[in-house]
Design a protein around this ligand. Structure first.
Ligand SMILES: [Zn+2]
Ligand SMILES: [Zn+2]
Length: 278
């Protein structure tokens, strides 16, 4: 077999391939030995080979015995994720076996299917996240994927069907226009209090605000990366004044408050609601 054919076969699965897969496609034992000697492939363990430039996370997953899954797969798909990235999530399939490897802190997944290397599909990764990391992480990731144009109607239905019954309402609540994971989390948490928000509302003279509640309370979430610097602060203050001139009141919450000080956010929203002007 030509070296380039073997490299192509491996590249299709993120740079990791089984020796038996190469043999099935016409490589010989001598070919494989030659490629390992010539450093075309490195041996991850018996019978599993990787290209030297394979994605390091795909390599960790392969060492563990499967493919990059769940939160780790969503990150690889470019999806916003509210979860620390320290652990690698690996799909082993129904009958796959977990392999020991140095520094393993992986989270194993055993949902149905055969083992493979590479990265699981977006749909499968979303369903795994819902089961592994819960409603909020799933919801924000789902909206992030939809916003990026990665979830058409068929895929959304597929994700919904893969969730357990109690989580399907999350798909029904999701929208394609959440600007950030923070907005997703805020909307989901307020919905649990029975509060429905209007999203991405255009207010004449002000612009588009994240949310309007009860027709007069503006809720804005400030992502860490977008609101640094005094000129942006000036813009925000000006927006708030323009909105106030039209009878709106604005509450702003940043990343740390929404994610880690929710009690304060909730108290502020509820108190402001009760204080509706006559
Ligand atoms: Zn997981
Ligand atoms: Zn591991």
């Amino acid at each position: 077999m030509h070296t380039s054919t073997a490299v192509d076969l491996a590249a299709r699965a993120g740079g990791v391939v089984r020796r038996t897969h190469l043999l099935r496609h016409g490589a010989t034992d001598a070919d494989v030995r030659r490629w390992v000697r010539g450093e075309v492939f490195t041996r991850l363990r018996d019978g599993v080979l990787a290209l030297p430039d394979a994605d390091p996370l795909i390599v960790v997953a392969a060492r563990h015995g499967g493919s990059l899954a769940c939160a780790s797969a969503l990150r690889a798909h470019g999806i916003w994720l509210w979860d620390d990235a320290a652990r690698v999530h690996v799909w082993l399939g129904t009958s796959g076996r977990r392999h020991d490897h140095p520094g393993c802190r992986c989270v194993s997944h055993n949902d149905a299917g055969g083992t493979a290397f590479g990265i699981v599909s977006l749909v499968q990764a979303l369903v795994q996240v819902a089961g592994c990391l819960g409603d909020e992480v799933f919801f924000a990731a789902f909206e992030s994927a939809w916003r990026k144009g990665l979830l058409d109607t068929a895929r959304r239905a597929e994700v919904r069907a893969g969730l357990r019954a109690g989580q399907r309402r999350l798909v029904d609540l999701a929208r394609p226009d959440a600007d950030s994971g923070l907005e997703s989390i805020l909307r989901l948490r307020l919905s649990r209090l029975g509060i429905r928000l209007q999203s991405q509302v255009r207010i004449a003279g002000v612009g588009v605000v994240d949310f309007v509640l009860d027709g007069w309370i503006i809720l804005e979430t400030d992502g860490r990366e977008n609101h640094d610097g005094s000129s942006l602060r000036h813009k925000d203050l000006r927006r708030d004044a323009l909105a106030a001139a039209q009878g709106f009141t604005t509450l702003r919450f940043d990343y740390a408050m929404v994610l880690y000080e929710w009690d304060l956010v909730e108290a502020a929203v509820l108190a402001r609601r009760r204080g509706r002007p006559a």
